[in-house]
Design a protein around this ligand. Structure first.
Ligand SMILES: N[C@@H](CCC(=O)N[C@@H](CS)C(=O)NCC(=O)O)C(=O)O
Length: 201
């Protein structure tokens, strides 16, 4: 299988960490692509009509996207238990919370990088950051007991999102008011799957 990838993407990292955690990483070749919201790489467009990465190309079937579909596919293929039935809705909701924060954090970067300076909106960027902070505050106040349980896909999605915040938004210091989440992430960042997938330097 081939994963259309970029090391800076938190969604690609979620898929690659899931590939490590399910033991399927050796069956996947990472193919680096350069794609943006303004200029979709042709190989991405031909496999994924919405033009986003990660996209998983499978020799035996249709391409899979987005990262949530890919992660669920890998888990199912390996029977790895990243979506435990007895707390499935919690896992999916926490996963969605991490995704929502990652999406907002990526959009903040796009606003600065892809739009001409005169069109950039500070208000819009701050509104995206508010989504991130609300998500992290909700996790700090309501989800820590889940996070202290057995590793599932929500843990992975969140770890990759926090890694992305450190990578792109470090000056905003998300840890300052969230000591429990910061302590949790200090350990998550040490997972071999996270150590194997650092963002570019
Ligand atoms: N919901 C998607 C989001 C993927 C996504 O936004 N990927 C970014 C890279 S971080 C991308 O491909 N952007 C190109 C674009 O927006 O056209 C997923 O989970 O896979």
């Amino acid at each position: 299988m081939e994963l259309l990838s970029a090391a800076a993407s938190p969604f690609v990292r979620m898929a690659v960490v899931a590939a490590h955690e399910t033991g399927l990483i050796d069956q996947i070749t990472l193919r680096d692509v350069t794609t943006t919201a303004l200029e979709t790489a042709p190989e991405v467009a031909s496999a994924n009509p919405v033009g986003k990465i990660p996209t998983l190309i499978r020799p035996e079937g249709a391409a899979l996207y987005d990262s949530r579909v890919i992660c669920r596919y890998l888990d199912s293929r390996a029977d790895a238990g990243l979506y435990p039935e007895n707390r499935l809705w919690e896992v999916l909701t926490l996963e969605a919370t991490a995704h929502g924060a990652a999406e907002a954090a990526v959009l903040m970067v796009y606003e600065r990088r892809l739009r001409p300076e005169v069109q950039q909106s500070d208000g819009w960027i701050e509104a995206q950051w508010t989504k991130v902070t609300r998500a992290l505050d909700a996790i700090e106040s309501r989800w820590m007991s889940h996070l202290h349980g057995r590793k599932d896909m929500a843990h992975i999605a969140l770890a990759c999102t926090l890694g992305y915040l450190d990578f792109r938004h470090a000056p905003r210091n998300w840890r300052a008011t969230r000591p429990e989440l910061a302590a949790w992430y200090a350990k998550a960042a040490e997972w071999p799957s996270m150590q194997a997938t650092p963002p570019p330097t």
